[in-house]
Design a protein around this ligand. Sequence first.
Ligand SMILES: NC(=O)c1ccc[n+]([C@@H]2O[C@H](COP(=O)([O-])OP(=O)(O)OC[C@H]3O[C@@H](n4cnc5c(N)ncnc54)[C@H](O)[C@@H]3O)[C@@H](O)[C@H]2O)c1
Length: 346
Amino acid sequence: MRKFAVAGAGVIGKHHGKVISQLADQIELVAVADVDLSKAQELTAKHGGKPYAGLTDALRTQEIDVVVVCTPTGKHGELAIEALEAGKDVIVEKPAEITVEKTDEIIAAQQKAGKLVTVISQHRFDPSTEQVLGAIARGELGRLTSGIASIDWWRGQSYYDSGDWRGTWALDGGGALMNQGVHTVDLLVAALGRPVEVFAYTGTLAHERIEVEDVAAAVVRFESGAIGMLHATTAAYPGLSARLQVHGDRGSAVIDNDQLVFFQVTAEGQTPEERLMGTNTAREVPTAGSDPGMLSDAHKSQYLNFLAALDGAEEVRVDLATNRRSIGVVTGVYESARTGRPVTLS
Ligand SMILES: NC(=O)c1ccc[n+]([C@@H]2O[C@H](COP(=O)([O-])OP(=O)(O)OC[C@H]3O[C@@H](n4cnc5c(N)ncnc54)[C@H](O)[C@@H]3O)[C@@H](O)[C@H]2O)c1
């Protein structure tokens, strides 16, 4: 039985408490740390463990195997590094940190500690995503030509006012693209490969009292030559969907709100029908078992991958290096919007 501690008992910390309870045959919640002790107490009352006002106390007094970091993003590095230095494996919520440099600090601490770290990017584990990435890996979409990652969501001013870290550069690290859009950026990068350049515009158009953008639009060039578009907003009332489109010269796929809504590919050994002009002939392809909505069962699937990795049976599917690439795209968008120039991504 592996012993888990959760640091940060807010919106997503509560969800992790639930996931840990769902996996009670393999793991147990032994500690919850939150600077607001009442939140830690609320979570332990529901899912077990001892409440603490800080991770340091929990690490000092409890036997812990894995620390789950669910604090505001700009605090992830500090807590993840503290856990790694204490010899723990770490699950860190997305995005790993607010900059590539801070992500590199966690990577350095991980390498020194020789421990495992996964960054939550639960939509990588959606059946729809797995189907599309599998088809890409088998070459069934052919040469990848372009992709679109778009989230057109709504967050009221009350959302940004609900935590003093929300909408700040120091702790949220950005707005619609860094906080909400990073999931879909991560899927676009998983589909199209290494991003090399980005050009962007951003704006803050429908909210007050936030430092960051509530709309971002960008073009990304990938190493393969494929071209991607990013669109992320929390200013699209009443809030529509998160959508990924991937196109190649042998097929296309569209995921909308975690569901595969278009999928037409050409299997190995087959030749795509020559067409003067294409038309949309594919039927809608519903996928089984994918629960639309932000907090589906996908977190649990990512936990199962991490537990298998701890047992040496699987590789960690979303590691720090993977998430670093998405953070690089997002911070490249901000730099481009600020300078008015394309930004080369390292
Ligand atoms: N994977 C997802 O779908 C998803 C969804 C929501 C949030 N998140 C991520 O989870 C993180 C937290 O977001 P949230 O919405 O839960 O925020 P939140 O404000 O609801 O919760 C954060 C909690 O952390 C606590 N905290 C702050 N500093 C701390 C510290 N040093 N030690 C211990 N606790 C501390 C706060 O008191 C608060 O209870 C963010 O990085 C966010 O991007 C991911």
